[in-house]
Write a protein that binds this ligand. Structure first.
Ligand code: ADP
Length: 259
């Protein structure tokens, strides 16, 4: 069943969207977008109605990850109709701005664009809207977390110490704006050699798990570094859709069940 979380004090929930969940990371390149899209598709596979809002202004990648081309069409009210792929409705900063321009935006513009993606998009009734946040815990992430009625956050990290330091900042950022952290996802937690099966902890071991424990936050699980994840992503078919029976897809579905 779909859970309904509570919106932070002072913000009005969006009536047609039950749960807005932010997927965040301390820094770029840790797999935040990959995790967002696979969790979204996994939720949709479980029967939930799911949208994904790509707010990663530095590299809006959700249209690519979902294999969506072209911009959303407008209805008579000039609202954007979000395209649907792999069971998930999507809208993205990438549709609003020209490539390579978004990264120079300042905070207030981003918040404004985010509001457009929320209110000027004809989202259908949704159980979950997954927000692929801008990386980091800077002004932009903070103002989004303050202005959008987010019910919870998932933080993605690699097991490296340096990444974990950033996670601590992420946890305290969400705590500052009273958004509960629903859990930590450790991505690229181990590399399994596709030739010999040897497991190697390239970025260290269990750092995310230890951090989650020390901060009393749920550990949602760890995902291996696997070439199939990247290949499927680049091909516009998230691994949970491409290979739902794989071990990795199972991990994503287990994580999704806890949202
Ligand atoms: P972020 O959103 O944090 O910047 P991405 O999700 O874009 O990170 O991931 C960065 C790169 O790493 C992408 O090329 C993606 O396909 C790849 N990647 C992410 N997670 C994995 C994984 N578990 N195994 C292999 N490649 C991965």
């Amino acid at each position: 069943g779909v859970q309904i979380h509570k919106v932070q004090d002072g913000l009005k929930p969006i009536e047609t969207i039950k749960n807005i969940i932010a997927v965040a990371s301390g820094k770029g390149g840790v797999g935040k977008s990959t995790t967002s899209v696979n969790l979204a598709v996994a939720l949709a596979q479980s029967g939930a109605r799911v949208g994904i809002l790509d707010a990663d202004i530095y590299g809006p990648s959700q249209p690519l990850l979902l294999g969506v081309k072209g911009k959303p069409e407008l209805n008579a009210k000039q609202h954007m109709i979000p395209p649907k792929a792999h069971g998930v409705w999507v809208n993205s900063f990438g549709f609003l701005v020209e490539e390579n321009r978004a990264a120079i935006w300042r905070g207030p513009m981003v918040v404004q664009a985010m509001n457009q993606l929320l209110s000027l998009t004809e989202w259908p009734d949704l159980d979950y809207l997954i927000v692929d946040m801008p990386p980091g815990t800077g002004d932009i992430a903070l103002s989004l977390a303050q202005k959008v009625p987010v019910v919870g956050a998932v933080i993605v990290t690699t097991p490296q110490d340096i990444a974990l330091l950033d996670v601590r900042k992420g946890v305290s950022m969400f705590q500052t704006v009273n958004v509960p952290v629903l859990g930590i996802v450790e991505n690229m937690s181990v590399h399994i050699c596709s030739q010999c099966g040897h497991a190697e902890h390239i970025f260290g071991q269990d750092g995310g798990k230890a951090l989650a424990e020390s901060q009393s936050i749920d550990y949602l699980g760890g995902l291996p570094l696997d070439i199939k994840v990247r290949e499927q992503s680049d091909g516009g078919v998230p691994i949970v859709a491409a290979d739902p029976q794989s071990k990795i897809s199972l991990i994503y579905r287990q994580m999704a069940r806890r949202l």
